[in-house]
Design a protein around this ligand. Structure first.
Ligand code: SF4
Length: 364
């Protein structure tokens, strides 16, 4: 542990904490740093760190993945997607392709990509083929997709968008009356794009302490100290513990791309249901690059899959911070990274995958 991290830890330990205090994070990167650095073990008893809705792959609804699989298999498109998405299983009969990876094994041309530039290059290299970019992500990932659309894409490229906003999921939890957390560590990357002000409602509307954090143990410990102190002093405010990157107002250029090309709509979250104002869809003026407009045949078929989840999978509860990954009956038994049942065990940002990678094996 660095000197700075040790100093933050000492400050936390010196606080008169009357537990339990539940601090939720909403970022897979935060959860990874917390778990890999072992921060849960070193914090004072009574401080709980709860992984929340921070994994976009984990909340991508079954119908969107199903639609991508059908496009790969039945339209013979080149289906591009961020690598995490390829192994996410859908709940279809065993004889059907249950993931994009299985669609590829069945003859589909499915290619993992690392950025929106790659589908553009693939489309230019294959002018006689239709290329679909299945783009699932939160604001940070969706902004470059919006930029790609704004700048214009090759005619043979379309986008199957599954973009989500993070704050409405937190707002939904808070509005439920049983949010399951007492303080919030807000995501650094999302705040970089949208501005830290996006989380001000947590303080103003709910008097919940909040702090934006970066991804190092030092920044996370600083954020934990801030929210614990706010709570002890009963003076909640929105702190920015990642000021070197997160600026007031965020990134206006990225926000302009988002606003120009996309509109905010109600959206389905896997296993959770519709969250108002939590999704992005392409604006009407960009319908030509919308894969759902270009290949409308699967929309209804896919829509009928809404709400499907693998039997026994508790991903929705994990995503909402209602249970820890190890409380799922399938964790480490039927569900491992080699045989994932749910997306939380597939994605690098999924809490189940992160906990498994850290060696967590038994229900705690
Ligand atoms: Fe879903 Fe597997 Fe996690 Fe259980 S262990 S919640 S089945 S991903």
């Amino acid at each position: 542990m660095t000197t700075e991290a040790s100093q933050w830890l000492e400050r936390i330990r010196a606080l008169p904490i009357e537990g339990p205090v539940r601090i939720m994070n909403v970022c897979g990167g935060h959860e990874r740093s917390i778990t890999m650095a072992g921060l849960r073990r070193i914090l004072p008893a009574g401080v709980e760190l709860i992984p929340g809705p921070g994994c976009p792959v984990c909340v991508c609804p079954e119908e969107d993945i199903y639609e991508a699989i059908q496009l790969a298999l039945r339209e013979k498109v080149i289906l591009t997607a961020f690598g995490d998405m390829l192994r996410v299983p859908v709940n279809v009969p065993k004889e059907e392709a249950r993931s994009l990876e299985q669609a590829r094994a069945a003859g589909g041309d499915v290619r993992p990509v690392g950025s929106p530039m790659e589908p553009v290059r693939i489309a230019r290299d294959n002018p006689d083929r239709q290329v679909v970019f299945f783009a699932a992500g939160f604001e940070t990932t969706t902004a470059p997709v919006a930029a790609m659309v704004a700048e214009g894409v090759p005619e043979n490229l379309s986008v199957l968008l599954s973009g989500r906003l993070t704050w409405p999921a937190v707002a939904m939890l808070l509005a439920s009356g049983a949010p399951g957390f007492d303080a919030l560590v807000a995501p650094g990357h999302v705040s970089t794009v949208m501005g830290p002000e996006e989380w001000q409602f947590v303080v103003d509307d709910h008097r919940i302490p909040a702090a934006v954090a970066g991804f190092t143990p030092e920044s996370l410990l600083a954020a934990f100290y801030s929210v614990l102190r706010q709570r002890i002093e009963d003076k909640p405010f929105l702190d920015n513990c990642y000021p070197e990157v997160v600026r007031p107002g965020g990134n206006p250029g990225a926000q302009r791309w988002l606003n120009e090309t996309l509109e905010v709509v109600d959206a389905n979250w896997r296993g959770i249901g519709i969250i108002p104002g939590s999704g992005y869809q392409l604006r009407e003026k960009h319908a030509a690059v919308d894969a759902r407009s270009r290949f409308p045949a699967y929309r209804e078929e896919a829509r009928r899959r809404a709400g499907q989840m693998p039997p026994g999978c508790d991903c929705a509860k994990v995503v909402l911070g209602k249970i820890y990954p190890t409380a799922c009956k399938l964790y480490g038994a039927a569900c491992t990274p080699r045989t994932p049942v749910g997306p939380c065990m597939v994605s690098d940002e999924g809490a189940c995958r992160i906990w498994w990678s850290s060696g967590a094996r038994l229900a705690e």
